[in-house]
Design a protein around this ligand. Sequence first.
Ligand code: G6P
Length: 615
Amino acid sequence: MCGIVGYIGNREAYPIILNGLKRLEYRGYDSAGIALYDGEKMHLSKTKGKVADLEERVKSEIPTKGSLGIGHTRWATHGVPNDINSHPHVSNSGELVIIHNGIIENYATLKKELINRGYTFESDTDTEVLVNLIEEIQKQENVKLGKAVQIALNQVVGAYAIALFDVKKPDEIVVAKLGSPLAIGIGEDEFFIASDASPFIEFTNNAIYLEDEEMAIIRKGRDIKIRKIKGDTLVDPYIQELKMNLEQIEKGGYDHFMLKEIYEQPAVIKDTYRGRLLADKGIVRLGGLENYIEKFTNADRIIIVACGTSWHAGLVAEYIFEEWARIPVEVEYASEFRYRNPIITSKDVVIAISQSGETADTLAAIKLAKQKGAFVYGICNVVGSTISRETHSGTYTHAGPEIGVASTKAFTTQITVLTLIALKLAKEKGTISQSDFMLHLRELELIPSKVEEALKSNDKIEEIAEVFKDVSNFLYLGRGYNFPVALEGALKLKEISYIHAEGYPAAEMKHGPIALIDEHMPVVVIAINSNHYEKVVSNIQEIKSRKGIIIAVVTEGDKDVKEMADYYMEVPNTPEALTPLLTTISLQLLSYHIAVMLNRNVDQPRNLAKSVTVE
Ligand code: G6P
């Protein structure tokens, strides 16, 4: 949460920082701010609201000259979103200015000590405490900024990615990281700092991703010194070549990133299995898995930990793994798992699923599982992310940057990877017949064109959205592989339209939600060709006889459900285990259109953030 950007070099810093903040706005958008050094003075502007509000404010408030600056877009933790709590924060002397993504947990104690020493505070933030702590250490110990930051961070409990500079020494920025991401872009005589590489991708392909407990002193026109925050050892910079390009992080003609990302699914599902799925040869090849197959095949059970949409992908995996690989699977919310003293042994395999690879709860669950001796496998989208580094091995999804806060293509590519893993393990264990194995490999290869087909219902789904955009509640029902899709469909609607929606296993409806059904309640029922088709038909009848309105997701060529349903959305036929990859598409489009019609901010829904790096 929160995006940070910084620049030091020879160009004008303001446009780089402003543009960078716009690209990082998915990380948080309660408030935004910027500090620029014009060669003589530091100028600060910050405001509650979006980066666009900041842009307006800057026009009348500060000069935008200068080639050193830092900027921030916030997702509030300590202190309500208002102008004063916005970053950057300045120390009492007015000389140090800082931006921070994360939480300083012991800020209250530190604040008291600083107040006793005469410091005053304008904001309610933990960040203002940190910048003054650094200032106090600088004074007391008579040390340079880098050293003062290091001493301060050794007193701090919490998580952070910070960047700060001293107006007395405007040729250097100090950055540090623990738990929140921080990338440094390396140009010629210039450096970029950001929460991810998107703010500087058009300037350089070379980046350093700081590791946890590392800090760097970045000097204009000179070098970068990276050292450990604890122990003080110097670290050799590891410069990575970025694969991301500008086109991937722009809207490309779509009205919203979410819509663009929905439409990218045929391509990114293919990218995710390319080179890994060799259907003709009957081979699944996953680099991260090859050396660890026995860890999985000998495992007592697989525990999947994740949050949000990634957790739903985990639920789909539970059905697939148990069906094919016959390994018991448990799916846990990372936030619950990490605090309930779970029973884990070295015979367990833990799979952590995370688009961002930065989710704090998932990361903590991984650390706990490792402590208890489990083998931990990661499924992440962001290359080099903390989770991808913390896990013993893993497989990347190749969804490309996902900017819309509501996750779409990350979900379907996660399911693609999980399907490949399950098929590989089942083959290895001999728990799937050769014909079933081959069938699913071939069918998985056809999924991208079937997703294209499902996307063709867009106009029809838009018409359905028009009918239901003003209702207050929705119910989503699915069974088997499509029960998690019902949960995901309801989550998507809640996230971006703010309409209350609940996902339920269809058969559980009669144990409670049926009481909600009347002529005002739309019920989205996933009623595709499956083993449960007849049973879902019965569920639909139960709803109809109570005057509920049915919006069904059906398989092309379906007759019975189409006749019963008030509205339907079609998807192509595919084996049941692969249907979530298609049924999800219809539900993504339904939520998208409803949210657009309600004038919601589809890409940045209220109160949410793309990457939740706090508990
Ligand atoms: C946030 C996002 C969700 C996402 C969840 C888990 O809540 O808004 O879209 O599913 O975090 O994120 P992860 O990056 O770990 O998949």
